[in-house]
Design a protein around this ligand. Sequence first.
Ligand code: SAM
Ligand code: DTB
Ligand code: SF4
Length: 313
Amino acid sequence: MIRTDWNIDEIKNIYHSPLLDLVYKAASIHRKYHDPLKIKVSQLISIKTGACVEDCAYCAQSSRYNTGVQPHKTLSLQEVLKEAAGAKEKGVERVCLSASWRNVPEGKQFEELLQMISEVKKMGLSACCTLGMINEKQAESLAKAGITAYNHNLDTSDKFYSQIISTRSYQDRLDTIDRLINAGVQHCTGGIIGMGETEEDRISMIHKLATMRKHPYTVPLNTLVPIQGTPLEKMPLLSSWEMIRMIAVVRIVMPKSMICLAAGRKQMADEAQALCFLAGANSIFVGTKLLTTPNPELDDDMELMKKIGMEAY
Ligand code: SAM
Ligand code: DTB
Ligand code: SF4
């Protein structure tokens, strides 16, 4: 049963249950709604990198911090198609176009974006986007263009949010997600752990996601990749156990959503990743680079999948 009426105490109790009980319960629920041996692989394409006006404390692409990321202008259609073709050649079926925008631009740039999506789709690939805030009309156009999902994260709890980002509010994020739902675009919404938040903050974020009028199509869960030059550069690397617990709780309260084990896999042992998949994660980003940070080699990912009997699709 899909519930959107979870109360915070229920989620707190689930979060604090013994880890093995949690993983067992999550794995049992996962099997009812998903093929537990299938994993969706997507590749990120950064169509515009760096020079972002926002001040997200975790991000290598904010212009406020000296992170050494080389900004580049929006890629041309040809450049995007070349990257998409590279992904397809490697057996990847889905790409996610990402841009370091505060919000989706209007006019010619938006037309070009729609063209990128339609051309990528003509190649037989599915396309997702993550482009910042979006207005109603743009969301409708993306729906018409047939995107699979639009990624816009909550990142953390309402309470902790202001310590991470000051240039746009939690409500701004919720409004964008509302517009996506209204336009019929599937939303891909999750967050980051390891930014110095408390367990209460994590529980609050999960509660917010699980009580949306529509559960996310995908919940991406990122472990902070500390970026030199950002305010979070000194954050200690988070233990994988924390991610395993997050995934299990998210799987239990949002049984139908896909869960993407997003940033942080490079630092994770194979066994920890396998536990994440057992607990309900069923999607990953592949390719040696996420947006600006390293990701495992595709060959290593494929070897891991083979070892544990999972099939990428
Ligand atoms: N600019 C758009 C936006 O902010 O919505 C799209 C791209 S943005 C990089 C997408 C998401 O990546 C962020 O919301 C955040 O959750 C995640 N992310 C960015 N930098 C990260 C880092 N250093 N470690 C973990 N996750 C990160
Ligand atoms: C998401 O939640 N994680 C992905 C995707 N959505 C766009 C991005 C992770 C970025 C990690 C940091 C970097 O490579 O710059
Ligand atoms: Fe810009 Fe997105 Fe990075 Fe924030 S997370 S600084 S909006 S690219």
